[in-house]
Structures are given as structure tokens and as C-alpha cells.
Design a protein around this ligand. Structure first.
Ligand SMILES: Nc1ncnc2c1ncn2[C@@H]1O[C@H](COP(=O)(O)OP(=O)(O)OP(=O)(O)O)[C@@H](O)[C@H]1O
Ligand SMILES: Nc1ccn([C@H]2C[C@H](O)[C@@H](COP(=O)(O)O)O2)c(=O)n1
Length: 226
């Protein structure tokens, strides 16, 4: 019965590290960014114009979303259809901040995220990751971590993931998905500086396994101190 909250900027490693921590501790895993991506896909189909804040929020309130919580297969379903791949396209990545900065959408997704976390907390527990989990969605989580990495490291990682290379051209092609998106998202969430009681883990010079170990060490330390 443990709740672990992880926030951080794009490419800091939140998803990979949170899944690793959930696996190691036998916990559920919630990718809240995937919920914003699913909302974007749903609103693109249902509304079209993502600048129409009221219609987008109404569509999201009616969105039939199911979040898989298995860290080995966190499937995302919309109206029964597996959209795990469809929510990761460049189009959704480019548009998602328009939906994530809609305050009525945030209120609806926050309500759903809290419900999922509350149910999971009655069982083994959960690792939930995103931009506002440590500060807004689950500020009472047992362990709260801000996962950071230098802009250079984050651009290199995302570039390797998307383009299979980290040369200057590939890094430039990735910049919008990392730097511009963080700038837009930071207008509604605080994920660049740790809030009070949130422990920062800087993964710039760590590999994935070392980062998972560093987060597990924070969890062990803060839960032992309770
Ligand atoms: N410590 C690390 N060292 C090297 N590569 C890493 C590390 N952490 C994550 N990565 C790699 O960086 C890429 C981005 O990681 P991930 O998708 O987990 O980041 P994220 O913070 O969830 O990003 P976003 O918020 O944009 O979805 C992945 O290819 C992942 O394997
Ligand atoms: N708690 C959250 C989670 C995500 N977002 C926004 C920020 C991103 O642009 C988008 C997709 O997230 P990603 O899959 O890249 O982690 O969703 C947010 O505002 N709050």
C-alpha cells in the first residue's frame, strides 16, 4: 500500500524509470501523460479544433478511457480500441500541449487519476508519473520524486529513441517535442523545480538501471523515515 509520485520534464526518463520501479516493487503503474495523449486523440476526432476549449473539455468528460496499469503492458484503450501506438504519433506529440493546457480538461483528468490511484492504493500500491503528480494529483504520496536530466541529455535520449541517431540534425528534429512542449506545459504545471518535500534525482550522468536504483533508494529512505 504505497503511492510513489514521479514528475519531470520531457525525456527525463519518467516512464522508463517508473515502470522499472513498479516492476521491482510489484506495484501498478499509471502513465498520466498517456491520458493527456488519449484525450488529444479523442478530441481531434470528436471536435477537430483543439482551440475550442469548451467543446474539447466536454468531449474529454465523455471520453471512454481505460488505463492499463501493468508496468509490462500498460495498454491504453479508447472506446474498447487499443490506442497505445496511436497516442505516440508525432501529430499527437505536437498537439498534446493544447489539450494539456485546457484547465477544464486538467480538472477532469485529475479526478480520474485520483480515482485510479485511490483504488490501487487499496491493493499493493502504484507508481504514478507525469508533470503535476507530486504537487497537485497526489501531494500526499508516500514518496515524491522529481526526475531531471540536462536538456542536452534529454534531447539526445529522445533523438535516439525517435530517429535512432543523436547527430545534430536528429537532435534539431526532436527539439520541438522536448523544449517547446516543456515550455508550453510549464504554463500550467510546475515540474522543473522540486516542491517542498519532493526529492530531486538528476539522471543526466546515470544509465537507466542506475536511475531506477536511485529512485528505489529514495523510496526506501522516505518510507523508512515514516
Ligand atoms: N537514465 C537514462 N539513461 C539513458 N537513457 C534513458 C534514461 N532514462 C530514460 N532513458 C531513455 O530516454 C528515452 C526517454 O525516456 P522516457 O520516455 O522514459 O522519458 P519521459 O520522461 O517519460 O518522456 P516524456 O515525458 O516525453 O514521455 C527512452 O528511450 C529511454 O529508454
Ligand atoms: N500529469 C501530466 C502528464 C502529462 N502532461 C502533459 C504534458 C505532455 O505534453 C503531455 C504528454 O505527456 P508525456 O507522454 O510526454 O509524458 O501531457 C501534463 O500536463 N500533466
Amino acid at each position: 500500500m504505497v503511492v510513489i509520485a514521479v514528475d519531470g520534464p520531457s525525456g527525463s526518463g519518467k516512464s522508463s524509470v517508473s515502470k522499472g520501479v513498479a516492476r521491482r516493487l510489484g506495484l501498478a503503474y499509471l502513465d498520466t501523460g498517456a491520458m493527456y495523449r488519449a484525450a488529444t486523440l479523442w478530441a481531434m476526432d470528436a471536435v477537430g479544433d483543439l482551440a475550442d476549449a469548451e467543446r474539447v473539455a466536454a468531449a474529454v468528460r465523455g471520453m471512454p478511457l481505460e488505463m492499463g496499469l501493468d508496468p509490462d503492458a500498460p495498454a491504453v484503450r479508447l472506446d474498447g480500441r487499443d490506442v497505445s501506438a496511436a497516442i505516440r504519433t508525432t501529430e499527437v506529440s505536437t498537439e498534446v500541449s493544447k489539450v494539456a493546457t485546457n484547465l477544464d480538461v486538467r480538472a477532469e483528468l485529475r479526478r480520474r487519476q485520483r480515482e485510479i490511484i485511490d483504488v490501487a492504493a487499496q491493493a499493493a500500491g502504484i507508481v504514478a508519473e507525469g508533470r503535476d503528480i507530486t504537487t497537485v494529483v497526489a501531494p500526499d504520496a508516500d514518496a515524491r520524486v522529481l526526475l531531471t536530466a540536462s536538456e542536452e541529455a534529454r534531447l539526445r535520449r529522445r533523438s535516439l529513441e525517435v530517429h535512432g541517431a543523436a547527430d545534430a540534425a536528429a537532435v534539431e528534429a526532436t527539439r520541438d517535442q522536448v523544449v517547446r512542449r516543456d515550455r508550453d506545459d510549464a504554463t500550467v504545471s510546475q515540474f522543473q523545480v522540486a516542491a517542498d518535500g519532493v526529492v530531486t534525482v538528476d539522471s543526466s550522468d546515470l544509465d537507466l538501471e542506475e536511475t531506477i536504483e536511485a529512485v528505489l533508494a529514495v523510496v526506501a529512505q522516505v518510507t523508512a523515515a515514516r
